[in-house]
Design a protein around this ligand. Structure first.
Ligand code: PRP
Ligand code: URA
Length: 206
């Protein structure tokens, strides 16, 4: 299922990172802030267990998170979303999957993976600002399922309809969270209007 998180604060910051004149420092900060704002919505229905605690006044039945939360940024650009979310979920563990798109074929290539051992028991949130063809996210989700992940959410900032369709087709069990659903992909696989190459803008590599 697709969840579109169109909040005025998110849209305002998204405008900042879409502007071509926004430099690395401001891009990094706004991306982090958008991820932080999305954290509230993507965690809204996390499972909780009832526990009993002592307050200074009496006993109290309350709840705490029932599952490990594992964030899996897709390298590189997904790294720009980690701090914003761990600010709200500080106990989250972080795994990493390295994936890049071959410029000619647009096929994803995996080059690195390191995950915490609790993956099979966790709610796993895959992070990547861009969902273009959906190839990188789909391959990452397939890999995580092979490692035993059962509850996976995909959290992206800007998506193209083609990417959403790909995930819905390949992984109908995965909820997709986006801040914006853009028009389309262009002939070289970039999201239109999009924000350009997220990894390069985040790390200043172009
Ligand atoms: C970008 C982006 C996604 C991928 C999206 O990464 O961060 O991972 O492209 O495209 P897709 O949906 O068509 O797979 P890129 O391959 O440019 O690597 P980088 O983050 O290292 O720059
Ligand atoms: N990857 C990006 O970083 N940007 C796009 O528009 C498409 C893929």
């Amino acid at each position: 299922m697709l969840h579109l998180l169109e909040h005025p604060l998110i849209t305002h910051k998204l405008t900042q990172i879409r502007r071509k004149e926004t430099g690395t420092k401001d891009f990094r900060q706004a991306l982090d802030e958008i991820a932080g704002l999305m954290a509230y919505e993507i965690s809204r229905d996390l499972p909780v267990t009832e526990i009993e605690i002592e307050t200074p006044v009496s006993t109290c039945k309350t709840h705490e998170l029932a599952k490990y939360i594992v964030l899996v940024p897709i390298l590189r650009a997904g790294l720009g979303m980690v701090d914003g979310i761990t600010h709200l979920i500080p106990t989250a563990k972080v795994g990493h999957v390295g994936m890049y798109r071959d410029h000619d074929t647009l096929e994803p290539k995996e080059y690195y993976a390191k995950l915490p051992p609790c993956i099979p028991d966790a709610v796993v949130m895959v992070l990547d600002p861009m969902l273009a063809t959906g190839g990188s996210a789909s391959a990452t989700i397939t890999y995580l399922k092979e490692q035993g992940a059962g509850q996976i959410r995909l959290v992206c900032i800007v998506g193209a309809p083609e990417g959403v369709e790909r995930i819905e087709r390949d992984h109908p069990d995965v909820d997709i969270y986006l801040s914006a659903l853009d028009e389309r992909l262009n002939e070289v696989g970039y999201i239109v209007p999009g924000l350009g190459d997220a990894g390069d803008r985040l790390f200043g590599t172009k």
